[in-house]
Design a protein around this ligand. Structure first.
Ligand code: FAD
Length: 334
C-alpha cells in the first residue's frame, strides 16, 4: 500500500544501502580462481550494500573456499557442474539469471573481459535490463562513469533498471585481496538446461612471459619494427631483460609481426602497468586508448614529432634498431 511504501521513499541513505545487494561474478580456469576477477568485488563494495560472489564449474569447492577469504564478502554462491567450466554464455547466462532472481540482487558486476563481454549482454537481455559496460567509476547506486570514443570523452550514465548489469574496466578497480575472511559458501541453483552449444576445443597461446593485461611492465612494438623476424629479435630480449609482457600496436598485429592477443588499444587490451615502453609506435588515439593510464610511459621513435611523445614521460628520439639492443644490453648488465 502507499502507506507501507512511504518509509522507503523518504529513507535515509543508510537505509537505502541496506536494500542494495550486489553479486560479483568471479572467473576460474581449471579450478584456479582468476585473481583479476576480484576487481568485481571491489566495485561491488563501492555500492555500500551487501556483496556476494558467484562461481561455477567442476571441482568448484576449492575456488569457492579461496573466494570466501576475500574481505568484505558476505557469501559465495557456488554451482558445481562441468557444463559451466568454459564460461560458454549459452549455458552460463540462464544459470546466472536463475541465481540473480533467487538472490534478489540489485547489481550484478563482472569484469569487462572476454568472459564478461560474452556473458553479461545475454544476462541483461534475459532480464530485460540495459547493460552498463566498461565502467571506470561508481558515483552512486544508479550513476556510473564510462569512457566513450576510445577514451576521448567520459560519459556519466544513470540507470533506472531495477537490476543493473555492469561490466567494469579491470584497471580502474584494484582486485580485492584474498585475506582471512570466512564468508559462507552456499550452493546456487542449477537449471541444468539442455544446451545447443558444446565446448569442442581450445588453442591457447602459451608464454612464459607475464600476462599482458596484468603485468607491471609492458614493452610494445609497432610498425617501426618492419617484420616479424625483427619484432622477435628486438622486442623479446628487451621484454626478458625487464621481466615485461610484450604488447603490440594494431599495425604490428595486422602486418603479422605479433599475435592478435598482444594488441593494445581501443580494439585490443586496455593496460595500465607501472611502466609502458612503446617502441616504433606513432601513438594514434586508438593505441593511446589502451595504455594512456600507465604510470610511466616511455617511447622510442625516430620521429621527434610522433604523437606518442605528447603522452610520454620519457622519450628517446632515435633508430630503434640501434637504441633497443643497446638498452637491452645495458639492462642485462645492470
Ligand atoms: P605507425 O602509425 O605506422 O607508426 C610507426 C612508428 O614507428 C612511426 O611513428 C615511425 O616514426 C616509427 N618508426 C619507424 N621506423 C623506426 C625506427 N627505425 N626507429 C624508431 N622508430 C621508427 N591501433 C592500435 O594500436 N590498437 C588498437 O586497438 C587500434 N584500434 C583501432 C580501431 C579503429 C576503429 C581504427 C580506425 C584504428 C585502430 N587502430 C588501433 C589503428 C591506429 O589508428 C594506428 O593505425 C596504429 O595504432 C598505428 O600503429 P603503429 O603506431 O605501430 O604504426
Amino acid at each position: 500500500s502507499a502507506t507501507a511504501a512511504a518509509p522507503f521513499a523518504r529513507s535515509s541513505p543508510a537505509a537505502l544501502r541496506r536494500l542494495l545487494s550486489a553479486l560479483a561474478i568471479l572467473e576460474q580456469r581449471d579450478g584456479v580462481l582468476n585473481a583479476g576477477s576480484l576487481s568485481a568485488v571491489t566495485a561491488a563494495q563501492k555500492l555500500g550494500g551487501s556483496v556476494h560472489a558467484f562461481v561455477a564449474g567442476s571441482n568448484i569447492k576449492g575456488v569457492a573456499e579461496e573466494a570466501a577469504k576475500v574481505d568484505g564478502l558476505e557469501k559465495v554462491i557456488a554451482v558445481e557442474n562441468g557444463a559451466y567450466d568454459k564460461g560458454l554464455p549459452e549455458n552460463y547466462a540462464p544459470l546466472l539469471v536463475e541465481n540473480i532472481k533467487k538472490g534478489g540482487y540489485t547489481h550484478v558486476i563482472a569484469g569487462h573481459t572476454a568472459f564478461g563481454k560474452n556473458l553479461m549482454p545475454r544476462v541483461a537481455a534475459l532480464l530485460d535490463s540495459q547493460q552498463i559496460s566498461d565502467i571506470t567509476a561508481i558515483e552512486d547506486e544508479k550513476t556510473f562513469v564510462r569512457p566513450i570514443y576510445a577514451g576521448n570523452a567520459i560519459a556519466t550514465v544513470e540507470s533506472s533498471d531495477p537490476i543493473k548489469i555492469i561490466t567494469i574496466r579491470g584497471t580502474a578497480f584494484a582486485a580485492a585481496p584474498v585475506a582471512s575472511n570466512s564468508a559462507a559458501v552456499e550452493d546456487g541453483v542449477d537449471p541444468k538446461a539442455e544446451n545447443p552449444t558444446e565446448w569442442v576445443s581450445e588453442d591457447l597461446a602459451k608464454s612464459d612471459r607475464p600476462d599482458l593485461a596484468t603485468a607491471p611492465k609492458v614493452v610494445s612494438g609497432g610498425r617501426g619494427l618492419k617484420s616479424k623476424e625483427e619484432f622477435d629479435k628486438i622486442m623479446l630480449p628487451l621484454a626478458d631483460s625487464l621481466g615485461a609482457a610484450v604488447g603490440a600496436s594494431r599495425a604490428a598485429v595486422d602486418s603479422g609481426y605479433a599475435d592478435n592477443s598482444l594488441q593494445v588499444g581501443q580494439t585490443g587490451k586496455v593496460v595500465a602497468p607501472q611502466l609502458y615502453l612503446a617502441v616504433g609506435i606513432s601513438g594514434a588515439i586508438q593505441h593511446l586508448a589502451g595504455m594512456k593510464d600507465s604510470k610511466v610511459i616511455a617511447a622510442i621513435n625516430k620521429d621527434g614529432d610522433a604523437p606518442i611523445f605528447q603522452v610520454a614521460d620519457v622519450g628517446l628520439v632515435g633508430d630503434l634498431f640501434e637504441k633497443v639492443p643497446e638498452l637491452t644490453e645495458k639492462l642485462n648488465k645492470a
